[in-house]
Design a protein around this ligand. Structure first.
Ligand code: NAD
Length: 502
C-alpha cells in the first residue's frame, strides 16, 4: 500500500532568521506525487516579502558579521550544516520523497550529496585568493576576489535539496548572503535547509528562503535593485525570461538550463554495462533530470540485440511506492508533468516513431492515484522528430540508429542544448576523439552520469551560462578587484614625466 501522509503541515517563509507568514496571509497547497494527497500548506510570498527578504540579506551582507568572519569561522559553520544534514539524513530523505515522488534510495543519495557539498565548500573558504601581476614600472598590482553581495537563487523541483545545496554552499563560502526561491511543487527541504543553516550558527539574514509563484516572486527577485547576482536552474525558456528580467539592473546571471543529451554506444563497448548504464541514464529520477541521456544512438550492427536487452530490462523496472526501498521508479512530480510527457508520447507516435515499450500510465490499481508513467522507449526516431529535439523531462527514450563516427557526432551535436553526453566504447582513441568533438559541458566515457561537487558542471549552447560545482563556481560568486600601488619615491606628475620605467 502507498504510504498515507500523516498530517497537513504548515510551512512559513524564512526571512531575517525568522519563520514568518506571507504579508498577504495567503498559502498554497503542496502534494505527494505518489497519491496526489495534500501534504502541506506553504506561505505564498508577495513582492513585499521579496523586498523584506532582500533587505534582510542586504543588511546581513553590508553590516552583519558574515562578511567579516574569518574563512575558518565560515568554514566551521558550513561544516556544521553538513553534520546536521547527516544527523537528519533519514528524516530529510523521507520528506524529499513524499514531496517530490523521488524514490527513497535516490533521496538518500541527494541528501548525502547535499551534506558533501557543504563540506566541500567549507574546505574552500580559505582558498579564494587573488593574484599578483608583474607591472612595467614601479607599481605593485594585485587582485582580490570579493563576494558579489546579495544573491538571488531560483531552483527547480527535480532535485529540491541538492539544487538548494549547490546554490547556497558556494555562495556562502565566498561570503555572500542569499535569498533562495525553491520550486512551488517541492519547497519543504529547502525551507528546512534554511533552518539548518541558522541552527549551524550562520547569522540571521544570511540565508532567506521564500516560497511562491515563480513568475511573481522569482521575477521580483530578478528585478530587485538590491540583488547583485542571480543564479538560476530550470528550463531554458525560463532562463531567457530571467535574462530579460535581470537586464534592467545589469545583474550578474548564471544559468543551468535544459538538455537533450546523447548516449552513444559503439559495437566494441561492453554491451551489458552499456545497457545497465543507459537504463540509469534515462530512467533514474523517472527521467526528470536535466542531464538525462534522452537520445540513445545505437550503432546499426548492435542495434537489434542491444535494444532487445534494453527493452527487456526496462520493462522489469519496478514502479511503486517511492518510500519502498525496493521501488526503482517513482511518479512524476505532478499531474501536469504527467500530461506533458503523455503529450510528447502521442506526438512521437504521430510523427512515425516506433513505440517499443510503455507510453502510458501503468495499470496497477495501487498506482492509479499517483503521477506514474511507464518507462517508455521509442525506436527509429529521427532528428527531425519533436521527441528528439525538445526536452520531455520524463521516462521517455528516443533510440536513433547510426552508421559512422562522423554521422553520430553530427547527430549528437544537432541540438540547441549542450549539457551532457555519454560514450560507450573500449577504443581509447575514439573515446577521446568524441569527447573533444561533442559540444557539451559534461562528457562521461563508459559511465552513465555523475555530478559530484569536485567536478565542474554546466552547459554549452542554450544549456546555460557559467559552471557550477568545483572551484569554478567560486568565479560565479565572487568578483575580481584590482589594486595598484605606486612604489616610486618620485612624486607622480602627469605633466612632468611618467613614473620611471614607462
Ligand atoms: P522552471 O523553469 O519551470 O522553474 C524553475 C524555477 O524558476 C522554479 O522555482 C520556478 O518557480 C521559477 N520560475 C518560473 N518562472 C519564473 C519567472 N518568470 N521568473 C523567475 N523565476 C521563475 O523549471 P522546472 O520545471 O522547475 O525544472 C525543470 C527544468 O529544470 C528542466 O528544463 C531541466 O532541464 C532544468 N534543470 C536544469 C539543471 C541544470 O543544472 N542544467 C538541473 C536541474 C533541472
Amino acid at each position: 500500500m502507498m504510504a498515507v501522509s500523516a498530517e497537513v503541515k504548515e510551512y512559513q517563509l524564512l526571512i531575517d532568521g525568522k519563520l514568518v507568514p506571507s504579508s498577504s496571509g495567503e498559502t498554497f497547497e503542496i502534494y505527494n506525487p505518489a497519491t496526489n494527497e495534500v501534504i502541506g500548506r506553504v506561505a505564498k510570498a508577495t513582492r513585499e516579502d521579496v523586498d523584506r527578504a532582500v533587505r534582510a540579506a542586504r543588511r546581513a551582507f553590508d553590516e552583519g558579521p558574515w562578511g567579516r568572519m574569518t574563512p575558518n569561522e565560515r568554514a566551521k559553520r558550513l561544516r556544521r550544516v553538513a553534520e546536521i544534514i547527516r544527523e537528519r539524513q533519514e528524516e530529510l530523505s523521507r520528506i524529499e520523497t513524499i514531496n517530490s515522488g523521488k524514490i527513497i534510495v535516490e533521496s538518500r543519495a541527494d541528501v548525502a550529496n547535499s551534506a558533501n557539498c557543504f563540506e566541500y565548500y567549507a574546505n574552500l573558504t580559505g582558498q579564494i585568493w587573488g593574484e599578483t601581476i608583474p607591472m612595467n614600472g614601479p607599481l605593485f598590482d594585485y587582485t582580490v576576489r570579493e563576494p558579489y553581495g546579495v544573491c538571488g537563487q531560483i531552483v527547480p523541483w527535480n532535485f529540491p535539496i541538492l539544487m538548494a545545496a549547490w546554490k547556497i554552499a558556494p555562495a556562502l563560502a565566498a561570503g555572500n548572503t542569499v535569498v533562495l526561491k525553491p520550486a512551488s511543487y517541492t519547497p519543504i527541504t529547502a525551507l528546512l535547509l534554511g533552518q539548518i543553516c541558522l541552527e549551524a550558527g550562520i547569522p540571521e539574514g544570511v540565508v532567506n528562503i521564500i516560497t511562491g509563484p515563480g513568475n511573481e516572486i522569482g521575477a521580483a527577485l530578478c528585478e530587485h535593485p538590491l540583488v547583485d547576482k542571480i543564479a538560476f536552474t530550470g528550463e531554458t525558456e525560463t532562463g531567457r525570461e530571467i535574462l530579460r528580467l535581470s537586464a534592467g539592473t545589469i545583474k550578474k546571471v548564471s544559468l543551468e538550463l535544459g538538455g537533450k543529451s546523447p548516449n552513444i554506444v559503439f559495437p566494441d563497448a561492453d554491451l551489458e554495462e552499456a545497457v545497465n548504464g543507459s537504463l540509469f541514464a534515462i530512467f533514474s529520477n523517472a527521467g526528470q533530470r536535466c542531464t538525462a541521456r534522452t537520445r540513445l544512438f545505437l550503432h546499426r550492427s548492435i542495434h537489434d540485440r542491444f535494444l532487445a536487452d534494453f527493452v527487456d530490462k526496462a520493462g522489469r523496472i519496478r514502479l511503486g511506492d517511492p518510500l519502498d526501498d525496493q521501488t526503482q521508479m517513482g511518479p512524476l512530480v505532478s499531474p501536469r508533468q504527467c500530461q506533458r510527457v503523455l503529450h510528447y508520447v502521442e506526438r512521437a507516435k504521430s510523427e512515425g516513431a516506433v513505440l517499443r515499450l510503455g507510453g502510458k500510465k501503468p495499470e496497477a490499481p495501487a498506482l492509479q492515484r499517483g503521477n506514474f508513467v511507464e518507462p517508455t522507449v521509442f525506436d527509429q526516431v529521427t532528428q527531425q522528430m519533436t521527441i528528439a529535439r525538445e526536452e520531455v523531462f520524463g521516462p521517455v527514450l528516443s533510440v536513433i540508429p547510426f552508421e559512422s563516427e562522423d554521422e553520430v557526432v553530427q547527430l549528437a551535436n544537432d541540438t540547441i542544448y549542450g549539457l551532457g553526453a555519454t560514450i560507450w566504447t573500449k577504443d581509447i582513441k575514439r573515446a577521446h576523439r568524441l569527447a573533444s568533438r561533442i559540444r557539451a559541458g559534461n562528457i562521461s566515457i563508459n559511465y552513465p552520469v555523475i555530478n559530484p561537487p569536485e567536478a565542474p558542471f554546466g552547459g554549452y549552447k542554450q544549456s546555460g551560462i557559467g559552471r557550477e560545482l568545483s572551484r569554478h563556481v567560486l568565479d560565479l560568486y565572487t568578483q575580481v578587484k584590482n589594486v595598484v600601488v605606486g612604489l616610486s619615491e618620485e612624486p607622480f606628475d602627469w605633466y612632468g614625466r611618467w613614473p620611471a620605467g614607462r
